[in-house]
Design a binder for this molecule. Structure first.
Ligand code: FAD
Length: 318
């Protein structure tokens, strides 16, 4: 079932969902399953699986020449989604990104997903890879998530890259897109970012999942700005319990977000990471309660590979 169908069926009740990272190459899928298992008691209707782009490395040959090599660090999201779906009988939402993909490769992934009965995708641009600096699209790929959304939407009408088919060939994907309560770091300003988001919805996005935030006021302002801009699709807040003291600097640096002063103060005073984790969990529970009372369709938790803190948050709420 699609994400939007799960939301409709919930009839105003807030759902619980989360995202997992594909394991690093060489790891066994059992590790991933053991991470998901403790969260299944909270009955997530869908689980997202992120996509991690390959990186480039340069190998020097004896003659001095440098060879550019592509290194893939994690197994493919499509296969992992299928494995989780079958193991836990739950819907999975693969993240699709523009970076590193030609339109043809994207179409092939969508054909595989459709065949596997996976009917929601989160369409993203992806971040620049380390060696790039700024984002560079594949020469036959998409520059923005809105263009990727357009491709999925065309496939939903039976329009493949090289052939137009009748309705029996059409896919039926529900499309999610990313939103940034504190503005995407590259957007010239907040208003422009909302306009681009509106454009993604106009191209066919059915729902929005936000970047993590730690102050609900950012979400409330963002949601209002979206509604004022005519965006009517469901907006799902993304949350993460802070788990270590080092995240005080890592999260703002990586995700371009602001941590509220009371949270920073409380974490700074913690003697060790276990104390910091407890503060992070309590903060996340309070954020979640307020968002539930506000009536958000789902609370979407970023696991970043670890589920224990999310389990402790969810056990207070679901
Ligand atoms: P876009 O919507 O294309 O926006 C990118 C930038 O361009 C923004 O600044 C926007 O304002 C601007 N823009 C948009 N459209 C236009 C236009 N037409 N003209 C000019 N400017 C425009 N990354 C991964 O690699 N893998 C993942 O699995 C992953 N999952 C994520 C899940 C969520 C919920 C979120 C919020 C982010 C995720 N990301 C992931 C990170 C995401 O890929 C990055 O934030 C990326 O930099 C932007 O992606 P986007 O889809 O928001 O891009």
């Amino acid at each position: 079932m699609k994400v939007t169908e799960h939301i409709e069926r919930a009839n105003g009740k807030t759902l619980f969902s989360f995202e997992v990272l594909p394991p690093r190459k060489g790891e066994n899928i059992q590790n991933l399953f053991s991470n998901i298992e403790p969260l299944m008691e909270f009955k997530p209707p869908f689980i997202d699986v992120t996509y991690h782009r390959e990186e480039y490395v340069y190998r020097q040959h004896p003659n001095g020449f440098l060879e550019k090599k592509t290194v893939r660090k994690r197994p493919g999201t499509v296969g992992i989604c299928a494995a989780i779906k079958n193991r836990f009988d739950v819907d999975t939402v693969p993240h699709l990104i523009c970076g590193g993909f030609s339109k043809e490769e994207t179409e092939n992934a969508l054909i595989d997903l459709h065949f596997l009965g996976i009917d929601s995708v989160l369409a993203l641009r992806g971040d620049p890879i380390k060696s790039e600096g700024t984002f560079k699209p594949h020469e036959d790929g998409h520059a923005y998530a809105s263009d990727l959304i357009g491709q999925v939407k065309s496939l939903n009408k039976g329009e493949y890259l090289d052939e137009k088919q009748d309705d029996t060939w059409a896919t039926n994907f529900c499309i999610g897109t990313a939103g940034y309560p504190e503005k995407h770091f590259e957007a010239p300003n907040y208003g422009a970012d909302i306009r681009y988001l509106r454009h993604k919805v106009d191209r066919g996005a059915d729902y929005i999942v936000t970047q993590m935030f730690f102050d609900n006021e950012h979400f409330f302002k963002f949601e209002k700005s979206c509604r004022d801009a005519g965006i009517t699709v469901p907006i799902i807040p993304g949350l993460k319990p802070l788990t270590t003291k080092s995240q005080l600097t890592m999260l703002p640096r990586t995700f371009f977000l602001d941590l509220p002063e009371p949270l920073v103060e409380a974490i700074s005073q913690c003697r060790d990471n276990e104390a910091a984790r407890q503060v992070g969990i309590e903060w996340c529970i309070n954020q979640s309660k307020e968002l539930m009372a506000h009536g958000v369709p789902s609370l979407h938790y970023y696991s970043m590979g670890k589920s224990e803190s999310i389990r402790r948050v969810a056990s207070e709420l679901f």
